[in-house]
Design a protein around this ligand. Sequence first.
Ligand code: B12
Length: 448
Amino acid sequence: MARVPRLLLVYPATHKLGWARYFQLPSHSLQMVAAATPLHWEVVLADEVHDDVPFDGAFDLVGITAMTHQATRAYEIADRFRARGVRVVLGGIHPTVLPDEALRHADAVVIGEAEPVWGELLDDLLAGRLRSLYRAPHPTGELLTAPWPRREILAGRRYLTTQTVQASRGCPYDCSFCTVTPYFGRTFRYRDPADILAEIRSFNRKLVVFLDDNLLGDPAKAWPILRGLAEMNVRWGSQTNLRFAEDPELLKLVADSGCIGLFVGIESVVGTHANLAKSGSKHSQADLMKRVRDAGIILETSIIFGFDDHDESVFETTVRFLEECSPSVPTFHILTPYPGTALFRQFREEGRLLTTDWSRYDHSTVVFRPRLMSPERLHRGWLEARKEAYTWRAIAGRVLRNPGNRLTNLAYNILRKGPNDLLGHEAVAETDTLSACGPLAGQNPLAK
Ligand code: B12
């Protein structure tokens, strides 16, 4: 083919964000798909957070990524291109766990990581022999080899930063509600630290955001990365598990290496889902949270409401607990049983799913019947906890008790307060949406 083949990569958005779009992170998934694309292809990005999708453009292939809450929109986009005869490939977490559903809207589905199969798929397309399924082998070993993401596809848009890095894939734990371990299997792979540090050295700004599931989850692997960061003048943030703070030396190195903020899943402050106890730690959550806070690191703690041992008292208990430990930025989520997880299977078997309209799987809608309270009560408790944790008084208390980065901390809290103040709509998924789930006709994951 003499003409340069053209690939459009689409990041679907479920709603318009306004000014908040400038504080988003770009899709790493699509930058990695672009990096796996041979250079003789022209690659165009449509990030719906910023752009309109060029439905009339001339493309040889459209690749769309989808987390579960984006799936409905991804399918709409796919259907529009296919109606014009443009080939569509779906990939990412949701098409991986429900490939048959995704195939109703695509010419091909990539199951798992793009890197091992993407080149073959593109060759097959150009040779006119595209298959419907491309299944990446299950990852093995401890070393993650991946090219650097192609950041140039982001040009012309403003994000919080484009200096995002993925140092590892996977997580040593296997929480019933999380997609990560079902997706990657039990593997937890890190890139070569020299390669990670070289990528970071190529940046020209200070802020670096790691997109790992659990950057400090294997301390031995994290040490060389942290030592390297400590020698650079960077400020970084990541997601991790709180257990790293059990080791005072590791905590000190994390702080000294320029860490400004960490996102940790506390999950629950009561019952069997209290994250630390579940992972075998002998330390209390409150103690480790205080250690991180006192090291001057902004701690964003994610709490989930709705586990089977949560009754109505969980909201009050959680808010009081957070007041006492005062993490910089508490966030609250409604338990969401993502397809592919043990939790989804459990709720489906128990007949407790209220809907499989994936656009409602957004952590703000109750999509299942909780065991010890009504769906409405769960939603109201979640709303009230958010509002109570983000009064100006509560924010001031947290900012004053956190020794480091007070201005950043305040800004971060204000950023979180905005959406909380606007809450109030969308409460509980109606059971009758079950029959209205377009994508699931003939293949209803609710069926046992
Ligand atoms: C970083 C991250 C974020 C970041 C950045 C998101 C962004 N802009 O892309 C932030 C913090 C903003 C975020 C937010 C959310 N996230 Co998040 N996030 C992650 C995390 C830790 C890494 C994702 C990532 O970039 N990985 C790096 C890339 C390279 O890997 P990848 O996505 O797997 O992509 C590879 C393959 O999947 C495949 N692929 C992916 N897309 C495509 C497309 C095509 C065409 C092809 C061929 C292949 C392909 O190829 C890629 C390269 O191998 C994942 C966990 C995980 N391991 O996936 C959770 C995860 C994706 N997030 C999740 C969730 C729930 C959310 C939120 C909804 C949480 C919330 N309540 O707000 C929000 C939604 C935000 C939004 N934009 O709508 C869930 C999704 C579960 C599900 N079934 O949908 C995950 C899996 C975490 C979990 N514990 O279960 N998230």
